[in-house]
Design a protein around this ligand. Structure first.
Ligand SMILES: *[C@@H]1O[C@H](CO)[C@@H](O)[C@H](O)[C@H]1NC(C)=O
Ligand SMILES: *[C@@H]1O[C@H](CO)[C@@H](O)[C@H](O)[C@H]1NC(C)=O
Length: 402
């Protein structure tokens, strides 16, 4: 039997499909206008970071000006070199080849930052990097795909990922926990406030996950989140709350062939040693010839050098070029921020970036084997400086206790 529809039912069905009822449309316009105004309001209220509510040098607003009002000529050019992922026998030789007892102008070894995740990480080589004065930082415990997974993680889940990795690094590389104070999110994908709440809980010092394309020329300096996140949000969600004392080291995008990228792998690829060198040098000079904001080369550890040896040689040539300058210091991100909190002029940086005594710790290398039953993610081998944990360390059980 056929039922007769009322006019109301007809309109309702119609509107569900094409959504053009005048009244609904006008209502939506009003709602959108309010959302827009709120967004402008919140954006501006965040931009109100100034010398009254953010007193330097411990607090810093987003800015392209040098810390401590130093003139660029009196400011050291800091260079941040970082590698993300597991340290393995495959990439370790390439890292030490680049380090090669290379010194800063004050005679202390240069320092890079390693954002490390658990899977396949060799903790004995991590131990060696630490004792070569490199910075050990976290890149999460699990680093699972897909990327979207990370955009939805809760603060507690981030505590397990960041804090868990910190525990595992300290335990199995047998290094002190205190110097592990930096973090980078997998795929640079944070979940905004949730990620930073976890960092606050864990008392982390800085994050380096949030890229910028708007503040590259002149480049922006790292800043604190006392008055909130202030640069362009390229990988949402970005934090909207305030996180006093936590620094963001913006990933200042590199440029090649007019295209901007977060990591060297993502740019149009240089095809020769010389092109690799020129690519890095040209981007560096944008910093060096303007406000000397720290220049970062951010890289995933597995692809770039191993797919073409000339990239490693081009990168090395770039480091040789940097080493020829007496105002360039290649330091880990954490130490660069220490300097920003206490911005000594160039004449005093030799002393500032000295080589403090290292906490000497030991490493008795062992290889630990886990079959499928003892590992959540399938059979794995793990190299450790301390006796093997019962099960393969993973998110929620970073010390691998049975
Ligand atoms: C700093 O910003 C606050 C709002 O956060 C504002 O009330 C104050 O007037 C500003 N101070 C200066 C010196 O601009
Ligand atoms: C860099 O790593 C690759 C892969 O392990 C290796 O074949 C190459 O010899 C390394 N180069 C140097 C100079 O260590």
């Amino acid at each position: 039997m056929k039922r007769k529809w009322t006019t109301e039912e007809r309109v309702f069905t119609f509107c569900l499909e094409c959504w053009t009822s005048r009244e609904t449309y006008a209502k939506m316009q009003r709602v959108l206008a309010v959302i827009f105004l709120l967004a402008v309001f919140f954006h501006q209220s965040q931009a109100q970071c100034n010398s009254t509510n953010c007193v330097g040098p411990a607090c810093r607003c987003m800015s392209t000006s040098t810390p401590g009002n130093l003139s660029p000529a009196n400011t050291p050019q800091l260079v941040f070199l970082s590698f993300d992922g597991a340290v393995t026998t495959t990439n370790y030789d390439n890292y030490t080849y680049l380090l090669n007892n290379r010194m800063n102008p004050n005679g202390c070894p240069i320092g890079m930052t390693f954002f490390i995740y658990q899977e396949y990480n060799d903790f004995t080589l991590t131990h060696s990097l630490y004792h070569k004065r490199q910075e050990i930082a976290t890149h999460s415990m699990s680093h699972r795909t897909p990327q979207e997974l990370w955009a939805a993680k809760s603060a507690n889940e981030w505590v397990d990922e960041i804090g868990g990795m910190k525990d595992a690094l300290a335990k199995f590389a047998n290094i002190p926990k205190a110097p592990i104070r930096g973090s980078r999110a997998p795929f640079l994908q944070t979940s905004g406030d949730q990620t930073f709440s976890a960092m606050k809980t864990l008392n982390m010092f800085y994050d380096s996950s949030l890229p910028t394309t708007d503040f590259v020329d002149p480049p922006v300096w790292p800043y604190t989140l006392d008055q909130g996140f202030q640069h362009d949000c390229l990988i949402p969600p970005c934090p909207s709350n305030k996180f006093p004392g936590i620094w963001t080291v913006p990933v200042i995008t590199l440029e090649n062939d007019g295209i901007r990228c977060n990591t060297v792998e993502a740019c149009p690829q240089p095809k020769t040693l010389e092109e690799t060198y020129q690519f890095l040098k040209r981007n560096f000079e944008r910093h060096y010839n303007s406000n000397k904001a720290p220049f970062g080369v951010y890289s995933n550890n597995n692809g770039w050098f191993q797919s073409a040896n000339f990239r490693l040689e081009g990168y090395k040539k770039f480091l040789d070029y940097l080493s020829s300058k007496d105002d360039v210091y290649i330091v880990p991100l954490g130490r660069g921020l220490d300097w920003m909190k206490d911005p000594k002029p160039l004449s005093q940086v030799a002393n500032f970036f000295n080589c403090p005594p290292l906490t000497q710790t030991s490493c008795q290398p062992v290889s630990c084997f886990y079959d499928g039953e003892a590992s959540e993610i399938g059979p794995r081998i793990m190299k450790s400086c301390v006796p093997c944990p019962d099960v393969y360390p993973w998110t929620g059980n970073p010390l691998g206790i049975a």
